[in-house]
Design a protein around this ligand. Structure first.
Ligand SMILES: Cc1ncc(COP(=O)(O)O)c(C=O)c1O
Length: 425
C-alpha cells in the first residue's frame, strides 16, 4: 500500500514497526561505508599484474626511444597518447597525459583560466568582478567544490533523463558573458548514471555563448564503465564541435582511476590542438614531466583499447552483482510504498535515489546513527543545498556483498521511517 494513501492510524502503526526494526539494527553497532565511489579490494587485485610489466631498464624505454625514468615528454609519452587517444577518439596532438588525477587537471585548468585566461580570452577570468559556472544538478560534489574554492558562482541546471536541461543552458550562456563554463559528466553521470543523448551532445556542440572564452568541462570519467549488455554510448563531443566550427569550446577529461588504481592511475585531458598547445605552454611552468613510468606501465599492461575493454569486463563481473543487489532490495522493499524513486544505470559507480521531499537529510542521519555512512545529503548540489532535500547518492562498489546487504537493510528501513515521520508531521 502507498504510504501516502494510509490513514493516520495505519501510518502510526507503520512508523512504530519501522522504528522497532530500526532500533534492532542500530543495536547491532555496525560500521558500514557506502559514501564514496571507490572500487572494492577485489577490483584492485585484478590489476596487480600491471606491476610485473617491467623486467629491466630496457623495458622502461618507449617505442620511440624515450627513457621513462628521466625527465621529458611533458604532455605524455606517445605510446600513452596513442592508447588513450584511441579510447577517447582524439588525435595525438589533441591529448595531454597528466599525472594521477583528472580532478587535479580540472582544478589546474580552472586555476589557469582564472590567472591567465583560456585560448581566446580577452582577459584572465579573475579580472571579472564575478564569473559563473552552470552546474547540472544533481552532479559531482568535487566539481562544485572547485567552483566554491575559487569563488565562482554556481548556477544549478536541472537534469533530464537525457542530460542537462538544454533550453536553460542555451538561454543562459547566450545571454550572460560572465558564464564561463559548465560541468558535464556525459556518460553514466555522477550520481544519476544518465547518458547524454545525441541531441543533447549536438546542442552542446552548437552552443553560442556570449562569452567567447566559454568552456564545456566534459568529464568523461566513466567512458568505459559499463554494467550491462546494453551499454549506453555518447557522441564524440570534439568531433561534434569540429562540425560546428567550435572545437575550442570543449575541454575533455578522463582517467584510469576506476580502471586501474584510484590515485595511482593515469589522468588525461583532451581538446582541440590549439587548446592543448596553449595549455602545454602554461603547464610547462608548473611541471617538467609527469610520471612516465606509470604511463608506460599502463600501456604495456592494457596494450590497446580491446585490452582496456576486456579488463573492464572483469570489473563488471565484480560490481554488477552489487548494483543488482541494491536494485533488488529497493524493488522488494520500496516499490509499493511510493516514497522513493531510483535509477537503474547501465554503468558508472552510483545509484541515485530521491526520497519524499524534505527527507534526505533525515535518512542520512538515521543511517549514520545506525552505523551506515552515506554521502552527505545535499552534496550532489551546488553549495551542498538540495532545494528539495531529497537526493541521496548510493555508492555500492566498495563494501563486500554481505556488508552491502546489511547496509541496504538499514538504508531501506531508514527511508521508511523518515517518510512516516514526515507524513505524520
Ligand atoms: C565524475 C568524476 N570525475 C572525476 C573523478 C575523480 O577522478 P580522478 O581520480 O581521476 O581525479 C570522479 C571520482 O569519483 C568522478 O566521479
Amino acid at each position: 500500500m502507498k504510504l501516502t494513501d494510509m490513514n493516520k492510524d495505519q501510518l502510526n502503526a507503520f512508523e512504530q514497526a519501522c522504528r522497532n526494526e530500526y532500533e534492532e539494527y542500530k543495536a547491532k553497532g555496525m560500521k558500514l561505508d557506502m559514501s564514496r565511489g571507490k572500487p572494492g579490494v577485489d577490483q584492485l587485485d585484478i590489476c596487480m599484474p600491471m606491476f610485473d610489466v617491467f623486467t629491466n631498464s630496457a623495458s622502461m624505454i618507449t617505442e620511440d626511444g624515450i627513457d621513462c625514468r628521466n625527465y621529458g615528454e611533458l604532455t605524455g609519452i606517445s605510446d600513452a597518447k596513442r592508447l588513450f587517444g584511441e579510447l577517447l577518439g582524439v588525435a595525438s596532438d589533441e591529448i595531454i597525459i597528466g599525472g594521477n588525477s583528472s580532478l587535479a587537471m580540472m582544478y589546474d585548468t580552472v586555476s589557469r583560466a582564472l590567472s591567465h585566461g583560456v585560448l581566446g580570452s580577452k582577459q584572465p577570468w579573475n579580472k571579472y568582478e564575478k564569473i559563473k559556472f552552470l552546474c547540472p544538478a544533481p552532479g559531482y560534489d568535487r566539481h562544485f567544490a572547485i567552483c566554491e574554492h575559487f569563488g565562482i558562482e554556481m548556477i544549478p541546471v536541472p537534469m533530464n533523463p537525457d542530460g542537462p536541461d538544454m533550453d536553460m543552458v542555451e538561454k543562459l550562456v547566450s545571454e550572460n558573458e560572465t558564464i564561463k563554463g559548465i560541468w558535464c559528466v556525459p556518460l553514466y553521470s555522477n550520481p544519476e548514471g544518465i547518458a547524454y543523448s545525441d541531441e543533447v551532445v549536438r546542442r552542446f556542440a552548437n552552443l553560442s555563448p556570449k562569452a567567447e572564452d566559454f568552456r564545456i568541462f566534459w568529464d568523461n570519467a566513466y567512458c568505459v564503465h559499463h554494467l550491462t549488455d546494453t551499454p549506453d554510448h555518447i557522441l564524440n563531443i570534439l568531433d561534434e564541435c569540429k562540425k560546428t566550427g567550435k572545437e575550442d569550446m570543449v575541454f575533455i577529461f578522463a582517467s584510469t582511476s576506476k580502471i586501474s588504481f584510484p590515485g595511482a592511475g593515469v589522468a588525461i585531458m583532451a581538446g582541440s590542438a590549439a587548446n592543448m598547445k596553449q595549455i602545454t605552454k602554461l603547464m610547462g611552468i608548473q611541471c617538467i614531466s609527469y610520471d612516465k613510468i606509470n604511463q608506460l606501465r599502463h600501456v604495456k599492461y592494457f596494450k590497446n583499447v580491446d585490452g582496456i575493454m576486456a579488463h573492464m569486463a572483469k570489473h563488471r563481473e565484480i560490481i554488477a552483482p552489487k548494483f543488482r543487489l541494491v536494485l533488488d532490495m529497493l524493488n522488494d522493499n520500496m516499490q509499493d510504498l511510493n516514497i522513493l524513486e531510483w535509477n537503474s544505470p547501465n554503468g558508472g559507480y552510483f545509484i541515485s535515489v530521491n526520497t519524499l521531499d524534505g527527507c534526505a537529510k533525515r535518512v542520512v542521519q538515521l543511517c549514520r546513527e545506525a552505523g551506515v555512512v552515506l554521502t552527505a545529503a545535499g552534496a550532489t548540489f551546488p553549495y551542498g543545498i538540495d532545494p528539495r532535500d531529497r537526493n541521496i547518492r548510493i555508492a555500492p562498489t566498495y563494501p563486500p556483498l554481505s556488508e552491502l546487504e546489511e547496509a541496504m537493510k538499514i538504508f531501506c528501513i531508514s527511508v521508511k521511517l523518515a517518510a512516516a515521520e514526515k507524513l505524520l508531521g
